[in-house]
Design a protein around this ligand. Structure first.
Ligand SMILES: *[C@@H]1O[C@H](CO)[C@@H](O)[C@H](O)[C@H]1NC(C)=O
Ligand SMILES: *[C@@H]1O[C@H](CO)[C@@H](O)[C@H](O)[C@H]1NC(C)=O
Ligand SMILES: [Zn+2]
Length: 317
């Protein structure tokens, strides 16, 4: 069949360029999961803002930020898809904003687009841009290797997936997801997304959703960064900072820390002979669980975030 040629080409380009985000499958899943949990005003805003080009849905809009990051117009956004945490993974993990995000990263990008998506002084196009970035970054921040600086987030570590060479970052972005979809969902991302949604509504994630939303304030500043903040205006925590200094919110730091801890517990726990996509290995089984959890959690958190912004409360079960 013809596709093998194209598969070979796209696989080669994947190896050469590396990928820096959950593949499209992961991002779309985060967007579609969020759609299931939006409160009325958030849903109205999402539908009308995304409109026909995205079928009014965060699912199709979730990959936009990756599609533009290499264009001249959006080149500056490339470094906002991650935070290069300079910890000692896998020996010790932990984020320090001043050290790891000195001039902007996914944490400050989420703060920026959180402010912009609700800013009625901005144009419809600017708020659309903000919504698409937020949706994408809500996904990226859940990927453990987007919260890790070691070997450029694993991009420079060559491993094996399904007998083929693949860098560690790509294994976590796409390799394991593709294998999982093939083995358990007949390659249907729709069926996979459905299973994650029902896991949140009725299944294995139901009892954990409260803990996922332990942080929901869209305005509270991060204590971690406040220690280093130059801002001396005594800013009311309910008012997002709009000065030139970088803004760090509490929740994105919590989300990134959730991801980062897996760099110590799981992501780097393999030896050079291991095939990371071998479905009989414990590495693969643990990775699938983490990836699914992170995607379900980030979809749910994205919905709660938009609900807090547009409906005034996270409004979730
Ligand atoms: C567009 O969204 C509607 C629900 O709002 C859905 O029924 C339909 O299948 C979607 N179409 C595509 C092409 O995804
Ligand atoms: C906030 O977003 C705007 C629009 O994309 C961008 O031009 C600006 O540089 C961003 N600011 C920060 C601090 O990230
Ligand atoms: Zn990305």
């Amino acid at each position: 069949m013809m596709p093998s040629v194209f598969q070979a080409i796209s696989f080669a380009s994947l190896l050469l360029t590396g990928v820096h985000a959950w593949g499209n499958e992961g991002h779309r899943a985060v967007g579609f999961i969020a759609m299931e949990f939006l409160a009325p005003k958030a849903l109205d805003f999402v539908r009308s803002t995304l409109g026909k080009p995205y079928n009014g849905s965060l699912g199709p809009a979730a990959t936009w930020a990756d599609s533009v990051r290499r264009t001249p117009e959006y080149k500056w956004s490339g470094s906002w898809h991650f935070i290069d945490v300079e910890d000692k993974a896998p020996v010790s993990c932990g984020i320090v904003e001043a050290r790891d995000c000195p001039s902007g990263c996914i944490l400050t990008a989420i703060a920026n687009y959180t402010n912009r998506v609700i800013d009625e002084d901005l144009s419809a196009d600017q708020r659309l841009e903000a919504l698409k970035f937020l949706t994408h970054f809500a996904g990226d921040i859940g990927q453990p290797l987007h919260a890790e600086g070691k070997e450029v987030g694993g991009n420079h570590i060559l491993t094996k997936c399904g007998g083929l060479p693949m860098n560690l970052h790509a294994v976590w972005d796409v390799g394991i997801i593709k294998k999982h979809l093939k083995l358990n969902f007949a390659d249907s991302s729709e069926a996979w997304i459905e299973s994650l949604i029902s896991g949140i509504q009725f299944g294995k994630y139901k009892s954990r959703t409260g803990e996922w939303l332990s942080c929901t304030s869209t305005t509270q500043l991060s204590r971690n960064s406040q220690a280093h903040e130059v801002d001396t205006t005594g800013t009311n925590a309910q008012t997002p900072i709009t000065s030139n200094s970088l803004t760090f919110l509490e929740c994105p730091l919590v989300w990134a820390s959730d991801s980062n801890k897996y760099d110590c517990s799981a992501v780097f726990q393999f030896t050079s002979e291991d095939d990371l996509c071998d479905e009989s290995s414990s590495y693969y089984a643990i990775a699938v669980d983490i990836i699914e959890l992170q995607i379900a959690k980030q979809g749910y958190r994205l919905a709660a975030w938009l609900n807090a912004l547009f409906d005034g409360e996270p409004y979730l079960p």
